[in-house]
Ligand binder design. Structure first.
Ligand code: FES
Length: 73
């Protein structure tokens, strides 16, 4: 069984991706993910100085996002 990747949407924050992933830019260049780092945060607010990674700037810029997954009935 392959290791599972999970993506969590943080309330008013980044996407937290846990699992064995590779991340590429639009030209196919791979971003370096530090060895041993199991979770990465991808910026959703657009204010990070280290995009595509979250650097915590969402806390200061007032980023609001209200996505909620609808539970199956
Ligand atoms: S979501 Fe954290 S810096 Fe943008």
């Amino acid at each position: 069984m392959e290791p599972q990747v999970t993506i969590k949407v943080r309330e008013n924050g980044p996407l937290l991706i846990t699992g064995p992933v590779k991340l590429f830019d639009h030209l196919g260049n791979e971003f370096t993910i530090p060895a041993g780092k199991e979770t990465i945060g991808l910026c959703r607010c657009g204010q990070s100085k280290n995009r595509p990674f979250c650097d915590g700037a969402h806390k200061q810029c007032g980023f609001l996002a209200a996505e909620i997954a609808v539970k199956p009935s």
